[in-house]
Design a protein around this ligand. Structure first.
Ligand code: PBG
Length: 323
């Protein structure tokens, strides 16, 4: 048969495959989430998120030494405080667990980029991402003031970038103004712009001890059926001053990542969430799938258009990239 076009010509050996490869994961693409708790000498595995730990500040420093060796340059810090209250006041306390962690990290390393999660659910006794009014509804505009306080206290403790994950309307603009007013004009905001109400967050809620004690997050997180709405959320965040927009979760929302990529000119982060991690981890540990699926699935997020990926597999991926 006379075939003129034979795509297989470019697959013939690894040298040509390498030359035509369109997407690669780089170590700079990876952001590693870490959970910090009160106390000393604590490194406790999170049962729902095997291979991830709760670290006290001192042990967190040891972990950061390890990930630096692997070449990971960026972390996303979540605080898990002992004391929770109605207003999530530990979240913006000068001596809160994240603030202390930030100061310690910044005093020890100058080559690790620290992004902090700004939200209330780990800090409120009811586990919602905002302030609750008498009718049990999350009060959007009042919550903004608290989020701004958290953001400022993180910047004050040395955060390189702020990442609001609460999904209140108008929070990016509100936080931006507050940061600017306090002189943190150079601290960027990575906004969880298209954050879906998802069952893939289950293991995280155990890890952060942040499951809502009543109701769900459907009144502020997005309906997984919607794609146009993601574009509206992204546009609002861009107008309000977001430097990076995020899509979360990642693997079931690759179409959203691609849509933002094709239609807007702004860096995109994708959060490959706890449930995605746990599914793959379990399948690999039980010998059901080869560990190559870790790289393959993360690469698919990059191929969809993400510039950076928050992943609990950052260490495994870093080791693989180095090979
Ligand atoms: C909320 C927050 C959540 C995650 C990150 N920030 C959970 C939620 O909205 O319930 C989930 C991350 C994951 O599942 O890995 N502040």
């Amino acid at each position: 048969m006379e075939l003129i076009n034979r795509p297989r010509r470019l697959r013939k050996n690894s040298m040509i495959r390498d030359m035509v490869r369109e997407t690669r994961l780089n170590i700079e693409d990876l952001i590693y989430p870490l959970f910090v708790v009160e106390g000393k000498g604590i490194k406790k595995e999170i049962p729902s998120l095997k291979g991830n730990y709760h670290f006290s500040v001192d042990m967190l420093i040891e972990e950061i030494k390890e990930i630096r060796e692997l070449g990971i340059k960026s972390i996303l810090l979540f605080g898990v405080p002992n004391n929770k209250d109605k207003f999530g006041s530990e979240g913006y306390s000068k001596d809160g667990v994240v603030q202390r962690a930030l100061r310690t990290i910044k005093s020890k390393f100058n080559d690790i980029y620290v992004i902090t999660d700004v939200c209330m659910c780990q800090y409120t006794d009811h586990g919602h991402c905002g302030i609750i009014n008498d009718t049990g509804y999350v009060e959007n505009d009042l919550t903004l003031e608290y989020l701004a306080k958290i953001a400022i206290s993180h910047a004050n403790a040395g955060a390189d970038m702020i990442s609001p994950s609460d999904m209140m309307d108008g929070r990016v603009g509100y936080i931006r103004k507050a940061l600017d007013r306090e002189g943190y004009t150079d601290v960027p905001i990575m906004s969880y712009s298209a954050k879906y109400s998802s069952s893939f967050y289950g293991p995280f809620r155990d890890a952060a001890n942040s499951a809502p004690s009543f109701g769900d997050r459907k009144t502020y997180q997005m309906d997984s059926a919607n794609s146009d709405e993601a574009m509206r959320e992204v546009d609002l965040d861009i107008q309000e001053g977001a430097d990076i927009v995020m899509v979360k979760p990642a693997l079931s929302y690759l179409d959203i990542i691609r849509r933002v990529k094709d239609n807007r000119n702004i860096p995109i982060a994708a959060y490959s969430v706890s449930g995605e991690y746990s599914m793959i981890k379990m399948a690999v540990e039980n010998g059901l799938l080869s560990e190559d699926v870790i790289y393959e699935s993360t690469l698919s997020i990059k191929r969809a258009g993400a510039n950076m990926i928050i992943t609990y597999f950052a260490k495994e991926l870093a080791a693989k990239i180095k090979e």
